[in-house]
Design a binder for this molecule. Sequence first.
Ligand code: SAM
Length: 244
Amino acid sequence: MKLPLRIALLGVMVTMSVTNTFAEDAYQKKRQQMLAEIKQMVEMTKSYTGNVSLDKQVEEAMMAVPRHKFVPPDSQQYAYENTALPISHKQTISQPYIVALMTDLAAVTSESVVLEVGTGSGYQAAILSELASHVYSIEIIEPLGLEAKSLLQDLGYDNVTVKIGDGYHGWSEHAPFDAILVTAAAEHIPEQLIQQLKPGGRLVIPVGKQGQAQSLRILTKGADGEIEQRDVLSVVFVPLTGKH
Ligand code: SAM
């Protein structure tokens, strides 16, 4: 290669890398703003949720995951607004505050094996992946699940396994789970999910019919297997579908 051409190519590469760094910085700033809004909402809702603040590691996960990669290209400019957004197949990526709250309520640690029902865009799975040992995620809409699976792989979230199926039945091969998060509203808590929860584990799930009041519920299984439940907050989720 002739010298002037090599210099010209080097110039293009330097420009591209400066542009990428600039874009990443801009996203970092937007994530900071998003986190500030989430923290405000946590403060405003603490009397309902009982959560006065988010765990530091949950905050770090919210700062680390590039939400703009999980939304459709025409919504990327809104990716860091604290709001739910439409994705394909009439589904939604949940509001960042709800993602952070559900993750916090699930009390995930680096030892945790977590089940998520409702992979959707894969964003919640990516957040959980930052905190947990392994995340198993089930999506009922095949093209959506396959898209999320490939995106999570491309982004290097190697501790996430996605399968297509009806998450109502859980994933018995990998049970018991330290935490289970359901990201679609069920009319009742599926018994199999309770069975697949470890003693000491937590299940976080929106409960209620579509178009009616739904409540984010946290179910804890004591070391002796005793179940306790608490309604945390009014929420709006797409329904848990399937033939169950
Ligand atoms: N967690 C997702 C994210 O981070 O983008 C958002 C999930 S969206 C609010 C709910 C998802 O649950 C949809 O993708 C929907 O197809 C899926 N879903 C609904 N019923 C389901 C079921 N029975 N089993 C598995 N997934 C289900």
